[in-house]
Design a protein around this ligand. Structure first.
Ligand SMILES: Cc1cc2nc3c(=O)[nH]c(=O)nc-3n(C[C@H](O)[C@H](O)[C@H](O)COP(=O)(O)O)c2cc1C
Length: 157
């Protein structure tokens, strides 16, 4: 109703959810990329993502990555280009990419590392608390991928 300096908002100003791009993919870790290397990626990502207003989760297990990224479209686009040029992983398989006006699924996670066994639970929790229709639809798509897609071996070892 009021902006940050206390003036009433005009009727044309939308104070709703931000425009967010999300990108979800899985990939295979390059040879030699172990737990320590992944912790280094997380450390770097948390610092860099704060500056870019990007949030998300990264799963690593059985040599496979699964990552959910969300943030301003221009920043996410730049990060996707960097990810494609990063020799620490290969065989990047996009699972979901969309631009929508919605709330963040992981507002407090600059990039949280989640165990492979927990990813279903993390997504299920997000689904249970999600109110935004677009978020609900995206989460259902990802959970479906987990059930029968390339992540099958990662989650059900
Ligand atoms: C699996 C994986 C996940 C990554 N996640 C992020 C991330 O969330 N944020 C980030 O800034 N860099 C991340 N990186 C590192 C980027 O690929 C890249 O090295 C970094 O953004 C620097 O890119 P630049 O050299 O193009 O500036 C990740 C790398 C890997 C292998």
């Amino acid at each position: 109703m009021f902006d940050e300096i206390g003036f009433p908002r005009g009727p044309d100003l939308d104070d709703g959810a931000p425009i967010l791009e999300s990108f979800v993919y899985c990939s295979r870790a390059a040879e030699g990329v172990d737990d320590v290397a992944v912790d280094r990626i997380i450390e770097w990502s948390q610092r860099s993502n704060v500056e870019r207003d990007i949030t998300g989760v990264l799963v690593f297990g059985s040599g496979v990555f699964f990552q959910w990224i969300e943030g301003p479209p221009a920043e996410v686009k730049t990060l996707i280009a960097s990810l494609h040029g990063d020799p620490r992983h290969y065989d990047i398989v996009p699972l979901d990419r969309s631009v929508e006006q919605r709330e963040r699924l992981y507002p407090n996670w600059e990039m949280e590392r989640v165990g492979a066994d927990d990813i279903r639970e993390v997504l299920q929790d997000a689904l249970e608390s999600a109110e935004d229709e677009n978020n609900i639809a995206a989460l259902k798509r990802i959970l479906k991928h987990l059930d029968r897609g390339p992540l099958d071996t990662l989650v059900r070892r």
